[in-house]
Design a protein around this ligand. Structure first.
Ligand code: PLP
Length: 389
């Protein structure tokens, strides 16, 4: 007793992938499985999402791991790489590399300059593909307007040198506010992206390449159909979570016809009858307003449950939402069992408590805790036992 379980519903993952395909039937789907598939376990998730057209990860290590585990699909490396040695690895692993800065572009050129004699020119040799990431307003990663113009004016030899087998095959950008449906920044980013695409295609050296476009994360897949383009990049929605969890009114995955993938559960390990005025847990921060029964549940920030979850955060026991009371500790939380008593639902130690997932949307917990579901999912710790169903 007392072990915490993250049950991962693989069928729900597949359902959510189908939902992406329904929403954007003409796009290819790159499932975003960075950060250990948003905390769900990257290999079983990649396996369950095998109907995707490719996967995206942030870092080279993540891509290397997938290739080592035998994943042969297209893999896009969203942050790109920084040294000649890392370019060599990308080439060997046949990753599609994102170039998001001038520095990375120059490093790519240098890599091909140095390795040209090593890369044979036979027709059946693989091509090194890369995408340019454009900064259309997020101002995090991506080439600025001026940088793209500079490249198009000064690097035509590199773009047209097909013998090098280094192919610009796509452009991408990332929305900063796609989760705010009416934010004018979305239109501005989309406009700039389309303009830069036309600028690119008007460049003699490039126009023969089939340069594809990618801009849509989950929020844009759900709410900005004009941004669907060729490649979709769903992340959070695949895991059954609404990207609009911060909207007013807040939405949950169920509102988007998604199924929750992770259900985090534990057990009641003690039941205590307390008197009016008894205070609970560290800091004695919450005191009983009347005589009451408190349940102690084996979950805490040592498992990844948010320490900042305040009194009132819902926990599901016997299909009834009961409120957390007092502070979250490393291994335990305490809940007010009055509602179960009112409904005459008997409770004993060992009974299951659901922290989020099936029956209790994670968005409810993230809202209470002042964070987003992305963070809650990613911060589950190694102590939690994962079960794939
Ligand atoms: C470049 C890029 N594309 C797509 C995604 C997926 O976003 P979401 O999880 O909001 O669908 C991310 C996630 O952060 C990203 O960084």
């Amino acid at each position: 007793m007392g072990s915490v379980t993250a049950s991962i519903n693989l069928h729900a993952l597949q359902h959510n992938l189908l939902r992406v395909k329904q929403l954007a039937p003409n796009g290819k789907v790159i499932s975003v499985i960075k950060a250990n598939a948003y905390g769900h376990g990257v290999l079983p998730v990649a396996d369950a999402l095998s109907d995707s057209d490719g996967f995206a990860v942030a870092r080279l290590d993540e891509a290397c791991y997938l290739r080592k585990q035998g994943i042969n699909k297209t893999i896009i490396l969203l942050e790109g790489v920084y040294s000649i040695e890392e370019y060599r690895q990308c080439f060997e692993l046949q990753l599609i590399l994102v170039i998001q800065s001038m520095e990375q572009f120059h490093c790519l050129k240098e890599f091909f300059g140095q390795h040209q004699p090593l890369i044979s020119q036979k027709n059946n040799d693989p091509v090194f593909e890369y995408w340019l990431k454009l900064d259309t307003g997020m101002h995090r990663l991506g080439l600025s307007k001026d940088e793209l113009t500079y490249l198009l004016e000064n690097e035509t030899d590199f773009f047209s040198d097909m013998k090098s087998k280094c192919l610009l095959s796509g452009i991408m950008s990332h929305f900063s506010c796609a989760d705010e449906v009416d934010n004018p920044v979305n239109d501005a980013q989309l406009l700039q992206f389309n303009q830069q695409y036309h600028q690119l295609m008007a460049t003699q050296a490039i126009k023969l390449n089939p340069v594809t476009k990618s801009m849509a994360n989950s929020a844009a897949i759900l709410a900005i159909p004009e941004a669907h383009f060729d490649w979709l990049r769903p992340g959070i929605m695949l895991y059954g979570v609404s990207p609009f969890e911060s909207a007013n009114p807040r939405r949950t995955g169920l509102d988007e016809q998604l199924m929750p993938v992770m259900t985090l559960s534990s057990q009641v390990i003690a039941i205590k009858k307390l008197k009016k005025g008894d205070c609970i847990g560290y800091g004695a921060s919450w005191c009983c307003p009347h005589d009451m029964t408190i349940g102690v549940i084996a979950i805490g920030y040592g498992d990844g449950y948010p320490r900042h979850a305040p009194t009132g955060t819902p926990v599901l026991i016997h299909n009834t939402e009961v409120p957390l009371v007092g502070r979250v500790s490393m291994d335990m939380i305490t809940v007010d069992l009055s509602l179960l008593e009112e409904k005459s639902i008997p409770l004993k130690t060992g009974d299951k408590a659901i922290l989020w997932g099936e029956g209790l949307p994670i968005e409810r917990v993230s809202q209470k805790s002042g964070t987003i579901a992305y963070e809650l999912l990613c911060q589950i710790t190694q102590r939690v036992c994962f079960r794939y169903e």
